[in-house]
Design a protein around this ligand. Structure first.
Ligand code: E4P
Length: 220
């Protein structure tokens, strides 16, 4: 499974990229708002992310009609060759995805919460399908079960093009572990969750002991 970073924060992106484990980035309108992003700077900001990350960078459209989504998609993809256009799953989004895919512009279909939505996204030509886990948990439903069903369903068919499932709305290392065990292609994780994935109390304790014992060696 690959790791993407789910953020628009350049400092977080630079730091995670320096660890050598980040294969891409996903952003969305809420993540851009969270960093105080301005509309006029949005496209330059996406370019800055693309300059740091050598992999797919998802930039989301907020257009609601197929023509506007296609226009947004063309403009966003023209910013850098690694821009993937993030499109919400809805009839206009599917129609736009078909058009963008035919033009060779990769689409990450977002806000996917069910197997039918995932299959439709793949059939429309989406290169990435993003089922959300945490938002199910937020309403006391099992997001991991949904992810598992979606991974099985998408892996069961040949859509005539490569389709990767991105486990999204990831809130914990447990989500990451389960996504990997289910065979999700990618987990897109907030920076905080990535940090928690690196940590383990036994690693901390073991490191402490190694350093203490090495001091004894140095003083012997
Ligand atoms: C997916 O690409 C979205 O950006 C993201 O994972 C949504 O996560 P949230 O439910 O924590 O907002």
């Amino acid at each position: 499974m690959k790791f993407f970073l789910d953020t628009a924060d350049l400092d977080e992106i630079r730091e995670a990229a320096s660890w050598g484990v980040i294969a891409g980035v996903t952003t969305n309108p809420s993540l851009y708002a969270k960093i105080g992003g301005k509309l006029a700077d949005f496209e330059d900001h996406i370019k800055r992310i693309c300059a740091v990350v050598d992999g797919p960078v998802s930039a989301e459209t907020t257009a609601m009609t197929r023509d506007q989504i296609v226009a947004d998609g063309r403009r966003l993809h023209a910013l850098a060759p690694n821009v993937v256009v993030k499109v919400p799953v809805m009839p206009e989004g599917l129609a736009a995805t078909r058009q963008l895919a035919e033009e060779g512009i990769p689409v990450n279909m977002t806000l996917v919460f069910s197997v039918p939505q995932a299959i439709l996204a793949a059939r429309a030509g989406a290169r990435y399908v993003s089922p959300f886990i945490g938002r199910f948990d937020d309403i006391s439903e099992d997001g991991l079960n949904q992810l598992s069903d979606i991974v099985d369903a998408v892996k069961g068919y040949d859509f005539g093009h490569e389709v990767e499932v991105i486990a999204a709305s990831v809130r914990s290392p447990h989500h990451v572990a389960q996504a990997a065990l289910m065979g999700a292609d990618i987990a897109t994780v907030p920076f905080g969750v990535l940090g928690k994935c690196v940590q383990h109390p036994l690693t901390d304790r073991g490191l402490e002991r190694f350093l203490a014992d090495w001091k004894k060696v140095e003083q012997a």
